[in-house]
Design a protein around this ligand. Structure first.
Ligand SMILES: Nc1ncnc2c1ncn2[C@@H]1O[C@H](COP(=O)(O)OP(=O)(O)OP(=O)(O)O)[C@@H](O)[C@H]1O
Ligand code: SF4
Ligand SMILES: [Mg+2]
Length: 304
C-alpha cells in the first residue's frame, strides 16, 4: 500500500536581487492506494500531479524542500529508500519523453530500466502496444511522440514492480492503443500491483481506476470512488470535482469560469473560493481541513 501523508513541497526561489523566498506549491496533500488498486489523479494543469510522482520517486529538483511522510508497503520512503526502490519496487512512466536516454536503443533501455527484463517480455509488451518488431533497435529520436510513450509504458509493464506510477501515459497514442495500455494497467493491478495513474483523461480514469483523487492548486480537494462520478455528479462532494465532471463533453460541457490561483497568491481561506458558486464568508477565513464524508474525503466546509 502507498500512503502519502501531509506532503508539502516548496521551492527556494530568488526574488529581485539576492532575496530568497520559499514558494509552497504543494500543501498538505494526502493520498492512499492499496495493492490491487488503481488510484487516478486528475486535476488542472499546474495542480501538482507530477510533483507528487517526483516526490514519491525522490527525483525532485535540488531546490525543493519537502515535509510530510510517504510509506510504501509499511516502509517509510526516506531519500535512501527511494533511491533503492526506484526502477525496482517502484516503476515510473514519466510525463516527458525526455526521460529516454537519447544514446541507447529503446529495446535495451526498456530491458535495463525494468530490472533486466527478458527480451521476450519486452517483445510481448511492444507487441501488445502495437510497436513493430524493428522498434527495439531504434534510438529515441527515430520515434514519434506516441511511439516514445508506448516505449515508456512498456518499461512499467515488464518491470515486475510492486508500485507503478504513470504520469500521463497515453497522450499521442491512438484510441486502440490507449485501450490496450489501460487494460494492461488494470491487469497489473489485478495481479497485485499498486498503480497511481495521473491523467487529464477522466474518461480513461473512470474505465480502469478504483478511486479518483481530484487535485486543485497543490492539494487534494476530494478523494472519491469511481462510481461517484456518474449522472449529474450529485454523489461528488467538492464543488470543483462537480464542475470538472460537468465540464466533460459527454456531460454539460460547462466551462469553469476563472483560473486556478498561483502558488504565491497566498489566499487565506479555501483555494477554490474565487471560483465557487457556493462560497460564503466563512470560506474566506481558514483553509478547509479534509473531512471524511460518505466513504470519501473532501476539503470543503459546506460539503455534505
Ligand atoms: N522546479 C520548479 N520550480 C518552481 N516551481 C515548480 C517547479 N516544478 C513545478 N513547479 C510548480 O509546481 C506546480 C505544480 O507543478 P506540476 O508539474 O506538478 O503540475 P501538474 O499538475 O503535473 O501539471 P500538468 O498537468 O501540466 O502536467 C506548478 O505551479 C509549477 O509551476
Ligand atoms: S469551502 Fe466554500 S468556497 Fe471552498 S469549495 Fe466549499 S463552498 Fe466552495
Ligand atoms: Mg504534470
Amino acid at each position: 500500500m502507498l500512503e502519502v501523508n501531509h506532503l508539502s513541497i516548496s521551492f527556494l526561489q530568488y526574488e529581485k536581487g539576492l532575496k530568497q523566498q520559499q514558494l509552497k506549491v504543494i500543501k498538505d496533500l494526502s493520498v492512499s492506494v492499496h495493492s490491487g488498486e488503481i488510484l487516478a489523479v486528475v486535476g488542472s494543469s499546474g495542480s501538482g500531479k507530477s510533483l507528487l510522482a517526483h516526490a514519491i520517486l525522490g527525483i525532485l529538483p535540488t531546490n525543493a524542500t519537502t515535509e510530510g511522510t510517504i510509506y510504501f508497503d509499511g516502509v517509510k520512503l526516506t531519500p535512501e529508500k527511494k533511491e533503492e526502490f526506484r526502477g525496482k519496487e517502484i516503476s515510473f512512466v514519466p510525463q516527458s519523453v525526455n526521460f529516454l536516454d537519447p544514446l541507447m536503443r529503446v529495446g535495451t533501455q526498456v530491458r535495463n530500466a525494468a530490472r533486466g527484463a527478458s527480451t521476450s517480455a519486452q517483445r510481448k509488451a511492444f507487441e501488445r502496444l502495437r510497436l513493430a518488431k524493428d522498434v527495439e533497435q531504434k534510438f529515441p529520436f527515430q520515434l514519434s511522440g506516441g511511439m516514445a510513450r508506448r516505449v515508456l509504458a512498456s518499461t512499467a509493464m515488464v518491470s515486475g514492480a510492486k508500485l507503478i506510477i504513470a504520469d500521463e501515459p497515453t497522450p499521442g497514442m491512438d484510441p486502440t492503443v490507449i485501450k490496450e495500455a489501460l487494460k494492461y494497467f488494470r491487469e497489473l493491478a489485478d495481479s497485485g500491483c499498486t498503480v497511481l495513474m495521473i491523467t487529464h483523461d477522466i474518461g480513461a480514469a473512470l474505465e480502469i481506476a478504483d478511486k479518483i483523487a481530484v487535485f486543485y492548486a497543490g492539494t487534494t480537494v476530494e478523494s472519491a470512488m469511481v462510481n461517484d462520478f456518474s449522472g449529474d455528479g450529485r454523489l461528488l462532494r467538492h464543488p470543483y470535482s462537480k464542475a470538472l465532471w460537468r465540464a466533460l463533453p459527454q456531460n454539460d460541457f460547462l466551462p469553469i469560469p476563472g483560473s486556478q490561483p498561483l502558488p504565491y497568491a497566498n489566499l487565506p481561506g479555501c483555494l477554490f473560493e474565487p471560483r465557487c458558486a457556493f462560497a460564503t464568508t466563512e470560506c474566506r477565513q481558514d483553509e478547509p481541513k479534509p473531512r471524511e464524508i460518505r466513504n470519501g474525503i473532501v476539503r470543503c466546509i459546506h460539503a455534505t
